[in-house]
Design a protein around this ligand. Structure first.
Ligand code: ATP
Ligand code: MG
Length: 446
């Protein structure tokens, strides 16, 4: 970070007399006192505990100075609100470095699309991206202030828990190009309905220059929230941009697009990943990469954490694990992908579905509706787990191939008894339902 303490003090309007402080270039800012290295600036944030309690630890680890909302004995910049100061500084830093910002929001696929865009752009430019999933009002400025000095393109993930979150992040980051991956049902609990979600995501236009492009799904629900001065590229069948010739293989996908002449291959399954990759290809195309560069970038993409992954049970059965998060759109799509895959010789297809969390008062209905995505001509057994899955169990109407569990250990024991070496089994559910424990167990001992 090419900022000195005095420059930072000036930007955040520090209220103490910082002119008397020794000046020095600050290597980086950390809010976790354990990550402080000599020379760093500490940022006390209020979480479960007040970050100000950790100022002494930060200095023991070599902090040069700290932000603070109260007078302390250590070298500090006195501000009203440490988080606001941090955000203002990130905004200033983006303006100063003039790096090109690509913003990604949407109900699902943000991290994946962000990783894919960065993989493509890295073929030509020094590219930095949101690390992991740090997509909120702390993670985004943290990403900005941690980008390497030579960064040319910065790909930022923007997450939304509440109305207005995306407007705020967009105003901070002032994107040059913005992408909405999907208007889904995530966070219905806080957002109420899909229209509010659409409105929230469209807040990405808040900081997007009037000349700058927004890439958004064909979904008409966003139409009423379009600011008319923006250039909008819509994606979906027969829209401005779309996927063609999608071929799904067990471990990879290949497809074409309506704007490139090359066939793209990506080393991940799941048909939604073709859409994510198509969006990344389009960003590369707009930013002047050759078809070869785009193709290469996507061939080698490494996702933050592979969210849709094939694993092997200890007895040889194939496990398709997609248990990082879940909502109706993602569950429907992974079921389509799984049901379309050929059975192993002599093997069966089994599905384990656990609750989708945070769906608010439409939760029972949305779980029950999943019945439309289950093809019992293909699926040999369906195991449902969790309080909300009870409503899906009820609409399955006594189908003998569907069983229901309220206890993770029972579920695990039953699957262990049933699963044969030639079977394929899909796991899908919210992270909080802990299906990964069942999968880990199957990988080790069955
Ligand atoms: P979070 O809100 O947790 O940050 P995210 O939007 O970053 O999530 P990813 O981590 O990229 O999303 O993907 C999470 C899951 O969403 C995937 O495992 C997959 O099941 C589903 N998914 C990914 N891309 C799409 C898409 N384009 N449309 C629908 N579902 C998708
Ligand atoms: Mg994410």
């Amino acid at each position: 970070m090419k900022l000195t303490l005095k420059e930072i003090a000036k930007v955040v309007h520090a209220k103490n007399d910082w002119s008397v402080l020794t000046d020095r270039e600050i290597p980086k800012i950390e809010f976790d006192s354990r990550l402080i290295e000599p020379g760093d600036l500490f940022l006390p944030l209020k979480g479960v505990r007040d970050g100000h309690d950790f100022i002494p630890t930060a200095f023991e680890n070599g902090a040069f100075a700290t932000f603070s909302e109260k007078k302390v004995e250590q070298t500090h910049l006195l501000v009203d609100d440490c988080l606001k100061a941090f955000q203002e500084l990130a905004k200033y830093y983006l303006e100063k470095t003039n790096v090109e910002v690509i913003a990604v929001t949407g109900s699902n696929g943000k991290t994946t699309t962000k990783d894919m865009i960065a993989a493509v752009l890295s073929e030509k430019y020094s590219t930095y991206k949101t690390q992991g999933n740090h997509n909120n009002e702390i993670g985004l400025p943290y990403t900005v202030l941690h980008m390497p000095d030579n960064t040319q393109k910065l790909v930022l993930e923007m997450g939304m828990d509440h109305p207005g979150d995306i407007d705020f992040l967009s105003n901070l980051a002032q994107p040059d190009l913005a992408i909405i991956t999907l208007i889904g049902e995530a966070h219905l609990e806080f957002m109420g309905n899909r229209r509010n979600i659409a409105k929230g995501k469209m807040g990405i236009q808040a900081g997007l220059g009037v000349e700058n492009e927004l890439i958004a799904p064909a979904d008409p629900i966003i139409n009423e929230f379009i600011y008319n001065q923006q250039k909008i590229t819509r994606f979906g069948a027969d829209e401005d941009i779309f996927v063609t010739n999608l071929v799904e293989h067990r471990n990879y996908l290949s497809f074409n697009t309506n704007f490139l002449n090359v066939t793209i291959t990506i080393p991940v399954p799941g048909k939604y990943n073709a859409t994510n990759a198509m969006l990344a290809a389009y960003v590369g195309f707009k930013m002047g990469l050759s078809e070869k560069e785009i193709k290469q970038g996507l061939e080698h993409v490494e996702l933050t954490r592979n969210r849709t992954e094939w694993k092997k049970a200890a007895n040889g059965a194939d496990i398709l694990a997609d248990v990082y998060n879940a909502n109706p759109t993602a569950m429907r799509l992974i079921l389509e992908t799984f049901q379309a895959i050929e059975k192993n010789e002599g093997g069966r297809k089994l599905v384990v579905l656990a609750d989708m969390l945070e769906l608010g008062n439409q939760s029972a209905e949305l779980h029950a509706k999943m019945i439309e995505s289950l093809n019992f001509e293909i699926l040999d057994k369906v195991y449902l787990y969790g309080p909300m899955m009870k409503s899906l169990y009820q609409v399955a109407n006594g189908n003998p191939n569907v069983s229901y569990f309220t206890d993770l250990e029972n579920l695990s024991a039953t699957i262990k008894k049933d699963l044969q070496p030639n079977d394929q089994i899909l796991f899908k559910g919210s992270n909080g339902m802990k299906l990964f424990n069942v999968i880990e167990d199957l990988e080790k001992n069955i």
